[in-house]
Write a protein that binds this ligand. Structure first.
Ligand SMILES: [Zn+2]
Length: 287
């Protein structure tokens, strides 16, 4: 089975601090490969709780070195290597390479330790770069964010999946993600909060931008997931935000949930919640 599981659905400082929505990233099983995307705080623990056997994964993708996207990456690489396999790390190049003193970016990278890089097969990525791992083609896509960031497109024989990561909308962004079967868009700003205080809007996608991107997109996704929910998004009624985008674009839109599984072999199927959270939901339904 090919599937994608949201280990967590949260993003940003409020969610890191509270774990109201876990900041654990996304797990993907595709063409017999098992990967985690942007494993933030809680990723390893959640993977263990969901019995996903992280020690048997192939590796990790990291789009940028913000803590909610990378903090568990070393721990996961450690787990894989302790199972006698060489993990893969496919990451925005600043997550990997030592700081170039001339570059004006923050100081806290590389976020993948030298020790864990030595254990791994390392793919430093920047916008436009393409690599092939087994039967999966991986392309890094431009993202405009506070610090160096990339989005990813992964392509198997039958599927194209896009992950925008944290990025403001820029002109032409939709061209990269056109034709994706599934598109995961980190969307931090709700509709009613069109002009939040600076510098927030300069670096993140809002609901309004998502509508623009989807409207401009030639080949629209079969399914779009609003992900990395911020405190702003949750407070603004996330289901209402989904409906606003759906009504404006006529696309199929959902928002991510902690432990939500998407069947990649049948994107028309409704996603389901797995693990203990699913048991809790079932109990509430029966009571
Ligand atoms: Zn970020």
């Amino acid at each position: 089975m090919n599937r994608l599981i949201f280990l967590g659905s949260g993003g940003g400082r409020h969610m890191i601090r509270t774990q109201e929505r876990k900041t654990a990233g996304i797990y993907v099983e595709l063409d017999n490969m098992k990967f985690v995307f942007d494993p933030g705080p809680c990723a390893l623990l959640t993977a263990l709780q969901l019995k996903l056997q992280p020690e048997k994964w192939n590796g990790a993708f990291v789009t940028h070195m913000h803590i909610d996207h990378c903090s568990d990456a070393n721990a996961i690489l450690d787990s894989i290597s302790s199972n006698a396999a060489q993990p893969l790390i496919i990451a925005e190049k600043h997550c990997i390479e030592p700081k170039d003193k001339k570059e004006k970016v923050n100081d806290y990278y590389p976020c993948i330790s030298a020790y864990h890089q030595n254990l791994s097969k390392v793919y430093p990525m920047e916008a436009g770069k393409k690599v092939k791992v087994n039967n999966i083609e991986i392309t890094a896509v431009r993202a405009d964010h506070y610090d160096p960031t990339i989005g990813f497109i992964i392509k198997s024989k039958s599927l194209k999946i896009g992950f925008t990561s944290d990025s403001v909308y820029y002109n032409g962004m939709e061209k990269f993600y056109s034709g994706c079967d599934l598109l995961v868009v980190n969307t931090a700003i709700p509709m009613a909060m069109d002009s939040p205080s600076k510098p927030f809007p300069k670096y993140h996608m809002g609901i309004k931008d998502l509508i623009t991107m989807l409207k401009n997109m030639e080949q629209k996704p079969k399914l779009t997931v609003i992900d990395r929910l911020t405190g702003f998004m949750v407070r603004a009624n996330i289901w209402k935000q989904v409906k606003i985008v759906q009504d404006a674009t006529k696309c199929r839109i959902i928002s991510s949930e902690d432990h939500m599984e998407i069947d990649l072999d049948d994107l028309n199927k409704n996603p389901r919640i797995i693990g203990k959270l699913a048991e809790k939901e079932e109990k509430i339904r029966l009571e």
